[in-house]
Ligand binder design. Structure first.
Ligand code: NCD
Ligand code: ZN
Length: 347
């Protein structure tokens, strides 16, 4: 038996949805994480401080009694976002960060940004007062190959934002390529990146193992093995600019197992155990705490959590539950990697 104690992790990118799904998924996150940044891509999206506060209250109602968990709320950037209202909501603590979805890039992103120049005044205000910008970094042109959309975004869009506003705090979210790793590593000090457990665990072959695997379909889409290796290398290196954002994105199995299945992987349940195994496989357990508990807090100028968790490794593999049940008819598939996990959370 091997045992480690680490500062309680944070998840800097979650989708909690709403209604019955929210009630079911929130406890899966709160049992292992102290804080999360909550994505605003509901239908309709969270557009202002007032909506964010109401959504936050619905999330707080779903936190099991006795658990301490802090959701940090975001608003969805549109070409109509009002910068004065945003400033006010940030100062009042209603809004923690702003999310940029290029229009059409992913699930529920129809109201996203089409023309970056139109949101520059809002980004300038954010840079002035310190509001972080969270970016879904993919171009959306239909002509661009789906596997190249992140790389092209770096060249065509991110470079422009970073050069125009070096003071803006930016998180390039759920990065998937060696190009993004390099860009962020060499970028200015205000630029950091989050990485998901599934992009660390799987390459794009996982979408097509013996047939099409809708539960391994997410956006940005899984990439080649060389890219996964670059992500593993940087995540396990302890580099301050890279941290966990799970992008846990629940969809009902009916919506995934469909002729036009939704993008998103629900990984909240065993995320930390899977990461412990991945770091262990790389002989990098001493850097796990940096990736899951320290680097993100540092990027967002927050204190690290007071609490700790204890994890143990035994020679018995962890048995995964397959589904999270929403009601008698509806369920969500829980992410399970294609390797054995020997780590558990003891307390
Ligand atoms: C997310 C979702 O379902 O909301 N899907 C996904 O594949 N990651 C949206 C997103 O973060 O891109
Ligand atoms: Zn997401």
């Amino acid at each position: 038996m091997k045992q480690i104690e680490i500062i309680k992790p944070d998840d800097w990118h979650v989708h909690f949805r709403d209604g019955e799904i929210l009630k079911a998924v929130v406890p899966e996150t709160t049992k292992n994480f102290a804080r999360s940044i909550v994505m605003p891509n509901l239908i309709p999206p969270i557009l202002n401080g007032k909506d964010a506060l109401l959504y936050k209250k619905r999330i707080e109602k779903a936190i099991p009694k006795g658990e301490k968990f802090k959701p940090f709320m975001t608003v969805y950037l549109t070409e109509n976002t009002n910068k004065d209202e945003l400033k006010e909501s940030y100062k009042n603590g209603l809004v923690f960060a702003v999310k940029l979805y290029p229009a059409g890039a992913t699930t529920n992103s129809d109201s996203g940004v089409k023309d970056l120049r139109k949101v520059m005044p809002v980004l300038e205000t954010m840079a002035e007062i310190g509001i972080p910008l969270l970016i879904h970094g993919e171009v959306t042109d239909k002509e661009v190959d789906i596997f190249d959309r992140e790389k092209i975004f770096l060249d065509q869009k991110l470079d422009f934002i970073c050069n125009s506003l070096p003071e803006l705090k930016i998180t390039l979210e759920h990065i998937t390529t060696k190009d993004a790793v390099l860009y962020v590593k060499e970028g200015n000090k205000n630029l950091a990146a989050s990485i998901t457990p599934h992009h660390l665990a799987l390459n794009r072959n996982a979408i097509f193992v013996g047939g099409i695997r809708p539960h391994n379909y997410c956006l940005p889409i899984l990439k080649r093995e060389i890219h996964r290796e670059a992500l593993i290398k940087v995540a396990t290196s302890g580099n301050l600019k890279f941290f966990l954002g799970t992008d846990t994105a629940p969809h009902l199995t009916n919506d995934k197992e469909s002729a036009c299945g939704c993008a998103g992987i629900f990984n909240a349940t065993y995320c930390i155990q899977i990461l412990a195994q991945l770091f262990d496989n790389e002989n990098a357990l001493p850097n796990l705490e940096k990736f899951v508990s320290r680097n993100g807090a540092n990027h967002y100028n927050l204190k690290i959590n007071d609490e700790t968790i204890v994890m143990v490794k035994s020679n018995q593999t962890l048995s995964f539950k397959n589904y999270l049940n929403i009601d008698e008819k509806q369920k969500i598939k829980i992410f399970k990697p294609d390797f054995s996990v020997f780590w558990r959370i003891a307390y």
